[in-house]
Design a protein around this ligand. Structure first.
Ligand SMILES: C[S@@+](CC[C@H](N)C(=O)[O-])C[C@H]1O[C@@H](n2cnc3c(N)ncnc32)[C@H](O)[C@@H]1O
Length: 371
């Protein structure tokens, strides 16, 4: 698989070549022990386990940093899965029995070349080279190194690299955008001892074994390395590989289709980047709206209680005014009543008596003061 998974989406998993390449090859080879180098999210691992579940067999999955839970698979497929959390060049030499290997781990010349050398040693002991399927023999890592752990690659084999993206029509990595820009990609495509396909070709030049190499273009390219002796004894495999022969005309066409596909993926990535940026802005705007609406609600409730208070004061004022009006009416009524009383006959006839009474009080007060 070439691309870095985003949100666990299987962009370039080898599982995409299951129907057209991997399953037909495995079905003709009928392996009992399959080695998977590089499992990542386990998309292909699951297919391999299903295959072994159906046909019998076991899977040795090698990956220093797998991103799936092996127990989930074990619950479903039993003890068919052997997980090796290690680098291929450490784990492969320890395996004692396998008939098929799928290489999709660290996509650089040194690692792939070393893996093939280890398998060659194994083949020399067993007398037969197992069927080896490799992914990423096409663009971008066919002719360019990528390092999952650059520090683990000996300096003499490690190319200058950067976490920068690539495009199919430029040899140099891109300052902006491009494919797999979070990976440690060699700065230049096409250097000597660089890339997965170059590693296969260099291995083939060096090996004394009699092997057939068949390249399958598309979806970042795949290929199968198989012992010529195996093909002689396996008609179905021979027929399948023969059918996969691609002439120049078809090859050019597949190349164009692949480049167009990559262009679409690049556009998709750009759209996703914009989408992420816009989503962040949207979230910020939503937070701001939330904050402002909280503030508005607070103001509204403050306003509401102030209005309630104002209404209560207004009501009190109104009832005070009403009370004043009532009392004024009462006063007027009493004043009128008093006026009527002062003008009444009994009040006028009893006036001398009230005068005498007043005098009497004066006299009494004088007498009292003298004593
Ligand atoms: C491209 S992904 C594999 C995808 C998987 N084969 C599929 O088709 O879904 C590469 C994986 O190789 C692993 N890897 C990196 N260096 C490795 C090494 N030296 N040996 C084995 N696996 C390695 C990475 O951790 C990563 O999970």
């Amino acid at each position: 698989m070439t691309s870095v998974e985003q949100n666990n989406r299987p962009y370039g998993t080898l599982a995409k070549l299951w129907e057209s390449v991997v399953n037909p090859i495995l079905s003709t080879v009928e392996p009992k022990n399959i080695v998977e180098v590089g499992s990542d999210f386990g998309h292909l691992t699951q297919k391999l386990l299903e295959f072994c579940y159906e046909h019998g067999g076991e899977v040795h999955s090698i990956d220093p940093a797998p991103k799936y839970d092996a127990d989930v698979f074990r619950k479903k497929y039993g003890d068919r899965l052997h997980m090796h959390k290690a680098k291929s060049i450490d784990a492969l030499p320890l395996l004692t029995q396998y008939d098929a290997v799928i290489i999709d781990g660290d996509h650089n010349w040194h690692t792939v070349h070393s893996e093939l050398k280890i398998i060659e040693q194994y083949a020399k002991q067993k007398g037969v080279f197992p069927a080896v399927i490799l992914h990423d023999t096409g663009w971008p890592y066919g002719r360019r190194d990528m390092y999952y752990a650059p520090e683990s690659i000996p300096e003499e084999f490690r190319k200058s690299y950067a976490q920068k993206g690539m495009v199919p029509w430029k040899q140099k990595v891109q300052e902006e955008g491009g494919f797999n820009r979070s990976c440690c990609n060699a700065l230049t495509e096409g250097e000597e001892r660089s890339g997965v396909l170059t590693a296969v070709e260099d291995f083939l030049k060096e090996t004394s074994l009699s092997l057939l190499w068949k390249e399958i273009p598309g979806i970042h390219g795949a290929g199968i390395l198989v012992d010529k002796a195996t093909i002689q004894h396996n008609e179905n495999l021979a027929a399948f590989l023969a059918a996969f022969t691609i002439n120049d005309v078809l090859g050019t066409h597949v190349h164009a289709v692949e480049n167009d596909r990559i262009d679409t993926v690049l556009q998709l990535r750009r759209t996703e980047t914009s989408l992420n940026e816009t989503t962040v802005k949207l979230q910020q705007a939503q937070e701001e709206v939330f904050f402002l609406s909280e503030k508005f609600q607070n103001q509204l409730s403050l306003n509401f209680s102030a209005r309630k208070e104002l209404q209560a004061v207004t009501n009190a004022l109104e009832s005070a005014r009403n009370r004043i009006a009532e009392l004024e009416n009462e006063c007027s009524a009493l004043l009128a009543q008093r006026k009527v009383l002062l003008r009444s006959k009994s009040w006028l006839l009893t006036a001398p008596l009230r005068t005498l009474e007043t005098l009497r009080r004066h006299v009494m007060r004088g007498v009292l003061r003298r004593h």
